[in-house]
Design a protein around this ligand. Structure first.
Ligand code: ADP
Ligand code: G6P
Length: 484
């Protein structure tokens, strides 16, 4: 077998041009980039994707430098114009597929112009792949921005091995079938030999859609598309457990050189108000993450259990995301207001109930946050997986800490020892918060021990190797099938 070509819309690095016309390179945020990065760093792979900046925004003088930065990480850039970004990325990817696949029908737009751009950009990606493709290479396509890519590659290279992994939920066929371009999308995915999902439910929804819409026969998890058999399976994505655990260990008692405001707050918490318990909330600012309801629930908690006023604090980190999409702008406003309202209502001279940060931050701060928090409160209304939940558990080196996790996150299927809640049930959330804050240490340790063992074993490396193994087997069985 030759090299692996990873293809995703977003590369693991993000290029920005500063006000002084200098190049700034930061790691990308989001489960796909953080998870796959570890696989990419270890193997013989190249990664094709977008750098997060519009073609027109890169000054000519910096073009070479951008290419070099990308090359340094064994990546190959696909450049997108601002028009493509508007219609393909903000448009079809994030105003059609993203809301539809997360059951936000009311946010879903069906715009033919966006669909045309989506097809055109998927073709652009196909050309970028084909240009670098040797016959024995394996192509591994990722996520909802590139649903058509497997078929586009297959048309030009019928025998190549292609895997596809969907990092977000696949909705029930009742929801999926509302998409005007449903046949094309399914055929696009079926260009792959193996299609992976985080959970069995997503896989069943996909197979049901294929059966209902395309009328293909399904045999267990195989789709007979006439000239080929396509397989699907579930592969719950893990994290780089060692990296998080080790970083938390090393980080524990080291003095911090960096003096960011997050660090100052954490130091204040650790050294001044150490009796106040810390509840952590971290996500990209996205309506699927249930952030606004989480803040409301925290306000309600302070009301229902007033003995916790001045005894607990919510530290909330929201990373800016897809800021050109109106729903994200509205959500930002709603969150700002809610935080203001709750802090205004409950704050005292010595205590602010919510510390809120709207920014990305360096890895070491992230580790410090995970390691310093008594409880992690993760309440998405829908989430393909949610790696933050897994990262929190991995950083608990003394095995204390309580994870409260929404049953709507893919991760809930594996993390049964967490406190699982329904994100729409306010009473349950606030009572679970109380339970978490009062859970005896032995009980915390008992639960986390099991969780850590599982996460350590089913890490991101295992996820990738399971997928690749299964892809090879699918391909081999196809060869055998052909030679009969
Ligand atoms: P999603 O993929 O929807 O963003 P996940 O929870 O699966 O959600 O993945 C988020 C990833 O982004 C995690 O790996 C997490 O470590 C990273 N991340 C989240 N917040 C920050 C932040 N403020 N700074 C840097 N990385 C972050
Ligand atoms: C989720 C998606 C990824 C995406 C990430 C960040 O994890 O599954 O495909 O890259 O969010 O979103 P963005 O729009 O910034 O790429």
């Amino acid at each position: 077998m030759g090299k692996t070509i990873i293809v995703s819309n977003r590369l693991p690095l993000q290029i920005n041009i500063t006000e002084n016309n200098e190049l700034e390179v930061t790691p990308s945020v989001g489960g796909l980039a953080t998870g796959l990065k570890s696989f990419h760093q270890e193997g013989d792979s190249i990664w094709i994707g977008w750098t997060g900046i519009a073609e027109e925004d890169i000054p000519d003088a910096l073009e070479k430098e951008v290419i070099q930065e990308v090359k340094n990480q064994d990546c190959i850039p696909v450049s997108l114009t601002s028009d493509e970004i508007e219609k393909f990325y903000y448009g079809f990817s994030n105003r059609t597929i993203w809301p539809l696949f997360h059951y936000f029908m009311e946010f879903t737009e069906f715009d033919p112009d966006h669909w045309e751009a989506y097809k055109a950009v998927n073709k652009k990606y196909a050309e970028a792949v084909i240009e670098r493709l040797d016959d024995d290479d394996v192509v591994w396509v990722h996520d909802y921005q590139l649903l058509l890519l497997p078929e586009y590659i297959r048309r030009k290279k019928p025998n190549v091995t292609i895997g596809f992994f969907n990092h977000i939920p696949f909705p029930s066929s009742e929801v999926f079938r509302t998409l005007p371009w449903r046949e094309e999308v399914l055929r696009g995915m079926l260009g792959a030999d193996l299609i992976g999902f985080h959970t069995y439910d997503y896989e069943r929804h996909f197979l049901r859609s294929v059966n209902r819409i395309l009328r293909y026969d399904i045999n267990f998890n195989s789709v007979n598309i006439g000239n080929r058999i396509v397989r699907s399976d579930s592969f719950p994505m893990g994290i780089d457990y060692k990296k998080f655990h080790k970083a938390a260990k090393e980080h524990k008692d080291q003095p911090r050189s960096e003096n960011s405001d997050i660090q100052k707050k954490l130091d204040y918490h650790k050294y001044v108000t150490r009796n106040t318990k810390l509840i952590l909330s971290i996500d990209r600012l996205d309506y699927t993450k249930g952030i606004a309801n989480r803040i409301r629930a925290f306000g309600y908690f302070l009301e229902k259990y007033p003995e916790y006023q001045e005894k607990v604090r919510l530290i909330m980190l929201a990373v800016p995301s897809r800021t050109n999409v109106p729903q994200y702008q509205l959500l930002k406003k709603e969150i700002d207001e809610l935080v203001g309202r709750i802090n205004g209502k409950f704050a005292t001279i010595n205590w602010t109930p919510i510390w809120y940060f709207y920014r990305a931050m360096p890895f070491e701060n992230l580790i410090d946050l995970y390691a310093s928090s008594d409880v992690a409160l993760i309440t998405p209304t829908r989430d393909g997986m949610n790696l933050v939940a897994k990262e929190y558990i991995a950083t608990r080196t003394d095995q204390t800490g309580v994870l409260i996790l929404s049953e709507m996150a893919g991760a809930a299927h594996e993390l049964n020892e967490a406190l699982i809640i329904n994100p729409n049930n306010f009473e349950q959330i606030v009572d679970t918060m109380k339970m978490a804050l009062e859970m005896p240490e032995e009980e915390q340790i008992r639960r986390n021990k099991i969780l850590q063992k599982r996460l350590k074993r089913y890490n991101v490396e295992r996820w990738a190797s399971d997928f690749m193994k299964s892809l090879r087997e699918t391909k081999d069985s196809r060869k055998a099938f052909k030679s009969i």
